[in-house]
Ligand binder design. Structure first.
Ligand SMILES: Cc1ncc(C[n+]2csc(CCOP(=O)(O)OP(=O)(O)O)c2C)c(N)n1
Ligand code: SF4
Length: 531
């Protein structure tokens, strides 16, 4: 449900999207990835986005999304950019450099981390990136805060001429609560940048801008020290103080639902750079510190060994809490020494089962002929990528040997082929191919590497809920444009009736001592128009 202002039930992703609309954005750019996908989906469907002509695009990847957001900001408009945590690795170059150019129209980047790796390859903590680039970071604990912080972030971004990073995590991104929204403002339209050197990072300009960024650190620090989001509360006892960052505060307070009060003083941190003075004051008042933070022990590692008098610090690094994975209310309760409540009985209605391809999925037919081919080539290997087709690693297929990061199938197959591995086969989805497979294919074209790339083209970005795929309708032209010989660019239809024919095409192309591409094309069952 969208509306002008009032109260509505929203996922955190949606609260952020609504706040960006209310903050007068001109554009929203994203690449899908759990748990951030719903942010752009909400904006795409919002009537006010349509009415106000908000540009809303599934970009080709996270780097292009962030650069498009930066260009939008250059042109004097506000932009929201969203991605999952590993997407920030892809966008790291413009991210770090946007801190040095600064911005014009407000630029807010939302990154959704996935501790416990529910649907990710790693559980990296995006808070490190903000410190690395030297920009402010906001870490909401509730849907309401996510809304309010996003609105504030646009103002601060324009005030400080700096991008602002908002970090959320899976549990928060995908949980819903009532959010009170405030009236929207008119879409923001600023003059073009006054300083012609601001966005030209030639060394002389970059050095000047970097000095400005360093000077701003004191401003960000002072803001964080006085922030209404970094609050110290209550606590009569002095044997311990608690620092609770972002969503960790909720887990802490779940241990005290009966009284609504934590007996120890608590410093909630939701704005960074870390409020060092507030932390020092808390540390001076208590005998020890317990650090609760979702993701990596960022705060804990900064403080460890630095407290006066060697006061003990407890958290993820000393085993008080598990070093990896999501925090849980039970884990936090145990860390407080309050004992572990009895585990809830496991419901028998829904039995755990391994993930599997949908019945009738086109990828299954591709894996059937690929598997038969590989059975005759035990020295060969299949390098795969990220998408629904990664399930080819599991029974009944067990057909792939790698899945590392988006695009790595083609480049790993190339590296292995360079090392003499044959046949070297890359398996990649259409969205992943345009995200970051194209460049690797060009490497293979440059050397006419002996390898075969199988592009599993289901004409959608299936794994994340069937967003548009930039490859649709243009894949052959893209591949031909990269220089793949037309004789070795083949298209097959993965259906069981074509099994033998498709196997033969693979045999022929794998035998060719150069780069070949086979597009295995059949639309994803979830993307087929229904009705
Ligand atoms: C850098 C990065 N961005 C986003 C994701 C989330 N993600 C994983 S696979 C994928 C795209 C899958 O689409 P496609 O390659 O077409 O394969 P399909 O799922 O349709 O089979 C996305 C968006 C990710 N894992 N890493
Ligand atoms: S969503 Fe589409 S691509 Fe993914 S398993 Fe189902 S049918 Fe296959």
């Amino acid at each position: 449900m969208h509306g002008i202002s009032g109260r509505r039930l929203l996922l955190t992703d949606e609260a952020i999207a609504q706040a960006a609309l209310d903050a007068g954005i001109g554009g929203a750019y994203a690449y899908p990835g759990t748990p951030s996908t719903e942010i752009l989906e909400y904006i795409q469907q919002a009537p006010e986005a349509r009415e106000r002509g908000v540009h809303r695009l599934w970009s080709v990847n996270e780097k292009t999304a962030l650069e498009e957001g930066l260009g939008h900001s250059y042109a004097g408009r506000r932009a929201l950019v969203a991605m999952k945590h590993v997407g920030l690795n892809v966008a790291a170059d413009p991210f770090v450099n946007a801190a040095i150019t600064g911005v014009n129209g407000g630029l807010v980047l939302v990154v959704a981390d996935d501790p416990s790796m529910h649907s990710s390859q790693n559980e990296q903590d995006s808070r490190f990136y903000a410190g690395f680039a030297g920009i402010p970071l906001l870490e909401p604990a509730t849907q309401q805060e996510a809304y309010e912080m996003t609105r504030a972030a646009f103002d601060w971004s324009e005030q400080w001429k700096i991008p602002i990073l908002i970090r959320i995590v899976t549990r928060l991104a995908h949980s819903r609560a009532d959010v009170v929204t405030t009236p929207p403002i008119e879409p923001v339209r600023l003059e073009l940048p006054q300083d012609p050197r601001q966005f030209v990072l030639l060394p002389a300009n970059a050095r000047r801008n970097y000095e400005r960024l360093l000077d701003q650190q004191a401003v960000f620090q002072a803001h964080s020290e006085a922030s209404p989001y970094n609050v110290r509360t209550g606590g009569r006892r002095r044997d311990r103080g608690v620092i609770a960052a972002g969503i960790a505060y909720n887990y802490l307070m779940e241990a005290f639902t009966d009284t609504g009060e934590c007996p120890w003083p608590v410093l909630a941190i939701r704005e960074y750079p870390l409020p060092a003075a507030a932390i020092a004051r808390l540390a001076a008042d208590v005998d020890s510190l317990l650090i609760l933070e979702e993701g990596a022990p960022l705060i804990e590692s900064r403080l460890r060994g630095l407290l006066p008098g060697g006061k003990p610090i407890h958290g993820r690094m000393d085993g008080t809490l598990p070093r990896s994975g999501e925090l849980t209310p039970d884990g936090v309760s145990a860390a407080l020494g309050l004992g572990r409540p009895k585990p809830a009985p496991v419901p028998t209605v829904v039995r755990p089962r391994p993930p599997m391809l949908c019945a009738g999925c086109p990828h299954a037919d591709t894996y059937r002929f690929l598997k038969e081919f590989m059975a005759d080539h035990p020295a060969g290997r299949v390098f795969a990528d990220i998408g629904c087709y990664t399930l080819g690693a599991l029974p009944p297929f067990e057909a792939i040997s790698s899945c590392v990061d988006m695009g790595a199938s083609i480049t790993m197959a190339k590296g292995a082929a360079d090392a003499g591995l044959t046949p070297a086969i890359a398996v990649i989805g259409d969205s992943t191919f345009t995200h970051s497979g194209l460049t690797g294919l060009l490497d293979a074209v440059m050397e006419n590497t002996s390898m075969t790339v199988l592009i599993l083209d289901n004409e959608t970005t299936g794994m994340t809920g069937c967003q548009t795929s930039p490859a649709t309708g243009r894949l052959e032209r893209i591949i031909a444009g990269l220089g793949v010989d037309a004789a070795h660019l083949r298209v097959v239809i993965p259906l069981s009736k074509n099994h033998d024919k498709n196997l033969q095409v693979l045999r022929e192309e794998a035998a060719y001592p150069g780069i070949s591409v086979i597009i295995s094309r059949r639309v994803c069952l979830q993307a087929v128009p229904k009705g």
